[in-house]
Design a protein around this ligand. Structure first.
Ligand code: DWN
Length: 415
């Protein structure tokens, strides 16, 4: 079902600098919302679909999708993503928090705020250390889960006006976390300006976002979906922050989510070598120019073609295939490549909120992970490939019984 104009808006200007000098370089077609899993009672009903096209801004180098879907239908009702179902992410976050407690000398007088705080997966580390924390997240399920474990959370969208309200309450943050949220907000400039408003003058915003370079180098096109409005390079981020009196002073490269950046952004300019090196490397790679992206669409088409050919070949041999990870990226992968129930029988996932529902667009059932050993499919397509090491290590029993995994990115292969 194509969308109602009230549910989405086609953008013709850059989300960061407002330029109209955009060039589309990838079209993934009209796709369903990646995290809008289908409950039993809605099976067979037409699903909302929206254009999924990617453009490059020739003026500020921001890569972005051209359609803005209403955040209310993306994140508010029944948003199924809970960070705490990933042990690797929990450990990654714990180390991040403990490192900042030490480096910023945080204590009972400090305040740490997380934007898109989800189920308290990160802020719980500050609460346990006796450091005041406040979570802000629009998804009622994860926000309630955070409160349940003692993380003070406000169920709201973080906007400039919301930050003004916090300031009027006398709330200013020593540290603001924003993990996998900057790419998700429709008002990119308003969100960054709100961070500056909420941050103390000697504070730091620590922002994690998937990094554009591995996305293109490793063909991680399935990380493109309507929740992710922007796909960041250092060049584009630096321009965005400076526009609002914030400075990208340090950057760390992370393996999480297929390759991310951890950005240290402050109201005082003190740019370290890590940022200078990042910007120089991107210029050398050509990430600040459209030519770098012009061949990407062909790479994506080749990966999709090779994946479907591999799956069809296994089915022709009489093999059974399941999938692991009812991930948002998994929805992009199966819907843009055309992987349906004729190829994949079911998807397993540890997130209990996803069980009993169906993958968007393909009506593939989502089951508990135990189904892999109970039903013993011959092959399992790892849709959550960014956690492949962790997932394969968990599934020793399935592998011991002869089960094999298929990794789709950067090239489809059996392991
Ligand atoms: O930006 C976003 C990223 C951070 O998370 C959100 N907009 C949406 C979401 O994207 P995703 O669903 O692709 O993220 P994940 O974390 O790659 O999804 C992994 C899926 O796999 C989750 O449903 C949890 C599941 N899982 C599992 O079943 N067993 C994950 C691990 C690590 C496991 O061991």
């Amino acid at each position: 079902m194509t969308h109602d104009f009230k549910l989405s808006v086609a953008e013709h200007r850059c989300r960061s600098c407002g330029s109209e000098n955009l060039e589309n370089f990838l079209d993934l077609g009209d796709t369903p919302l990646a995290d809008r899993l289908v409950p039993e009672e809605r099976r067979g009903e037409p699903e909302l679909t929206f254009p999924l096209k990617v453009a490059f801004c020739k003026d500020c180098a921001l890569v972005q999708i051209t359609e803005t879907v209403s955040p209310e239908i993306l994140f508010a009702d029944a948003y199924p993503y809970y960070s705490s179902f990933s042990p690797a992410l929990l450990e990654h976050s714990r180390k991040n928090a403990l490192g900042l407690i030490e480096s910023r000398r945080l204590g009972p007088e400090s305040l740490v705020v997380e934007l898109a705080s989800n189920d308290g997966y990160l802020l719980k580390n500050y609460v346990e250390a006796g450091i005041p924390a406040l979570g802000i997240d629009p998804a009622d399920g994860p926000a309630a889960a955070a409160e349940k474990i003692g993380v003070p959370t406000r169920c709201a969208f973080f906007t400039y006006d919301y930050a003004l309200g916090l300031r009027e309450e006398g709330i200013r943050a020593d540290v603001i976390h924003g993990n996998n949220v900057l790419a998700h907000v429709a008002d990119t400039n308003g969100f960054v300006a709100a961070i500056r408003l909420l941050l103390k003058d000697d504070g730091v915003a620590v922002i994690e976002a998937p990094y554009l370079a591995p996305l293109t180098e490793h063909c991680e096109f399935d990380t493109i979906y309507h929740e992710h409005l922007c796909y960041f390079s250092g060049v584009a981020l630096d321009k965005l922050f400076r526009r609002h009196g914030l400075y990208l002073n340090r950057v760390e490269h992370l393996a999480i989510h297929g390759g991310s950046l951890r950005l240290y952004v402050e109201p005082v300019e003190n740019v370290e070598a890590s940022v200078k090196d990042l910007l120089a490397a991107e210029t050398a790679q050509g990430l600040d120019g459209i030519d770098y992206f012009r061949g990407f669409s062909a790479k994506v088409d080749a990966l999709k073609r090779d994946l479907v050919a591999l799956l069809k070949d296994l089915k022709a041999q009489g093999k059974s295939i399941a999938a692991y990870g009812a991930a948002a990226k998994g929805a992009t992968m199966i819907n843009t490549a055309g992987v349906g129930r004729e190829l994949v029988d079911f998807v397993v996932d540890r997130n209990v909120h996803k069980h009993g529902k169906y993958m968007p667009g393909q009506d593939i059932p989502i089951l508990p992970v135990e189904a892999l050993v109970e039903r013993r499919p011959d092959y399992v397509l790892v849709l959550a490939w960014n956690f492949a090491d962790e997932i394969l290590a968990q599934q020793a029993e399935y592998r011991a019984g002869g089960g094999r995994f298929i990794l789709p990115v950067p090239t489809p292969r059996i392991v």
